[in-house]
Design a protein around this ligand. Structure first.
Ligand SMILES: [Ca+2]
Ligand SMILES: [Ca+2]
Length: 334
């Protein structure tokens, strides 16, 4: 066995494959976790657009041999089982356009939640790299690249981690021309998308009301840190193990017996826990998220809660969170 390995290594050296490319190959091979749960794509290494899990575009081979997928409005490229185990702060594509173009990156489905939106000027048929900030994502997901405006060809893509972005920002002073983002303001005509509300909004809700009334339906997307995602008539927040949502100054003047949470998730045993004032110690309530469809589940509260508190919602996995409300304590009705 050992001998055979040496022969293979010798052969690789003989044909000029260096140690670095062996490492690169090795890190793209599924590890133990992946082997157990099926093959996964490593998005942190460049993925060729043409090696996909389905597309409605056109296969393109350039004169220099570059292969790509051509997309016009409404066409998409799909990748299954992409393992975002290191999260994603930015996404980068190498693409060319023949007109101002918008490419939307979505999760799960071609009309699923928006992760990122590229607004690209006309590159006049020349491939360039573009990167945009994205909403964070974790674990195994399907992603779609959907052309919503224009005419483009995508050569490849990759996910960029938060760590890589931070390292790039530290060295940015040495290389002032590092930004490759398209100058959107030059091409205002690109913004023809009607679905502006679908854009993830990570900005914190700037104006929390003085006191929140917990005994009415409260939109989860109004929580601090929530983001707002649209699907049909439902607007919802996104909560995950990386994202804690907060309701400030909740007035439990009628006490608290239970909290109802309208949620959905794709995962088994995804739970939301509710904490008061900080996320240390024991949660006051806990409930499983509904699998697939938005449904309300009730989390009973055994501890006594009254007065004004900050309420923290903590999840152990990705959950879409539509609304929440509280029931007064039993004493209140007596
Ligand atoms: Ca390619
Ligand atoms: Ca909602």
């Amino acid at each position: 066995m050992k001998k055979r390995f040496r022969v293979v290594l010798g052969l690789l050296t003989a044909i000029g494959i260096g140690a670095s490319s062996i490492t690169a190959m090795a890190s793209d091979v599924p590890g133990r976790w992946e082997m157990e749960s099926g093959p996964c794509l490593n998005p942190y290494m460049t993925k060729e657009a043409e090696v996909n899990f389905g597309d409605t575009g056109t296969d393109i081979t350039e004169e220099d041999g570059t292969k790509a997928v051509g997309l016009v409005k409404g066409e998409y490229i799909k990748f299954d089982d992409v393992k975002f185990d290191q999260g994603m702060k930015k996404i980068e594509i190498t693409a060319k356009t023949y007109a101002p173009t918008a490419i939307v990156v979505r999760r799960d489905r071609e009309d699923g939640r928006v992760l990122a939106k590229f607004k690209i000027k006309d590159t006049q048929g020349k491939y360039e790299k573009f990167s945009v900030e994205t909403d964070d994502i974790a674990e195994k997901n399907k992603i779609f690249f959907v052309c919503t405006v224009g005419d483009c060809a995508i050569d490849s893509w990759r996910a960029i981690t938060k760590e890589e972005v931070e390292i790039a920002e530290q060295t940015v002073t040495e290389e002032p021309e590092v930004t490759e983002e398209p100058e959107v303001t030059e091409e205002p005509t690109v913004i023809e998308e009607p679905a502006v509300t679908e854009e993830p909004e990570n900005t914190e809700n700037p104006e929390q009301p003085e006191n929140v009334d917990p005994y009415v339906e409260n939109e989860a997307e109004d929580l601090t840190n929530a983001g707002a995602f649209q699907e049909g008539r439902i607007t919802y927040a996104y909560i995950s193990e990386r994202r804690v949502l907060v309701a400030h100054n909740v007035n439990f003047e009628q006490g608290l017996s239970s909290i109802s949470l309208k949620t959905r998730t794709r995962y088994d045993n995804a739970t939301i826990e509710v904490y008061v004032d900080d996320t240390k110690g024991t949660p006051i309530a806990r409930t499983l998220a509904s699998k697939y469809d938005f449904r309300t589940s009730c989390a009973y509260v055994s501890s006594k809660v009254s007065g004004v508190h900050d309420v923290y919602f903590v999840a152990n996995n990705e959950i879409d969170f539509d609304e929440w409300s509280a029931m007064p304590s039993a004493d209140y009705f007596q």
